[in-house]
Design a protein around this ligand. Sequence first.
Ligand code: ZN
Length: 328
Amino acid sequence: MTDADSVATALAQLRQGLEGNRLAHAYIISGPVRGASSQLLEQFLPLLFCRGLVKPCGECAECRRVAAHAHPDVLRLEPESKSRIIVIGEAGEDEGIRKVLRFISLTPFIGPWKVCVILDADRMNGPAANALLKTLEEPPPASLLFLLAESPQALPATIISRCQRIAVSAGAEVADEPWRAPLLEWLRAGPAADPLLTGVRAGWLGRILDAERERVADAEAEAAKEEGLEKEVIAARVGARYRAVRATLLKELLFWHRDVLLRVLQVETGGFHFAAEAEAQQRQATGLPAAAALADVRRLEKLVQRLEQFPEASEAALLTAGLPQRAK
Ligand SMILES: [Zn+2]
């Protein structure tokens, strides 16, 4: 699915909610915050306010105000450029999450909605998230909250459970991620032909993951220098971001084996995730019983689950035990 496709799908979902009067009060939109996620809102928000006959008309005062980020019923909040953290804000000051809470409790100026968009919501600190939680528990009428996050799993579970989730694809940005090329090489090689070699193969994948862990830690350490954060906060953030990268990477493994299964079953489909890898995948599919191809997919699903469920367990051990393998 391309970026434009995933934005269109998400837009259709929101539009149906609006037309059926079934919009949730709060949404988490996961994806590139200033890319696809922002594009989605640029297309959706005019629908809420437009006064044209065919919405959004793009011509009326409301459409123009929304497009110019100047609508009095839409508030955008993003991390302070210096700290890169979303804070609760000082009591009595109109800043941080307090600004959101005050804004959303007011009656709409023009209406009919009050909309708050929080960019990089995964960068809220604890007090900010707690303050926001109260609003999520008792949302004011006609209020809509959009939390845009690249690592939504870094949000507190209490917040996640009160929001509907919408994912937009990372598209081109993901394609540039440094783990992609070595992972592809790893995938092309296919499962180890001997169970004894699965450990070697798991080690190979482990090194790709280690490089990512270092990259995430470096980026966070750089950010933390400016913010003067405590060690535990940095470690927690590195952990959350690393798990997000690992989850994305493992999903690619799952997609690969799903493709192989489709090829084993000789399903005519345009829906291959790795459409450009037909040759390598066909090589792995040839002579593979369907049951074994299906077992690979199941095995990976279980591996993804285990890694999520047991964050303290040894990653290397889980990988060695959980990767697809071939009996001798
Ligand atoms: Zn309009």
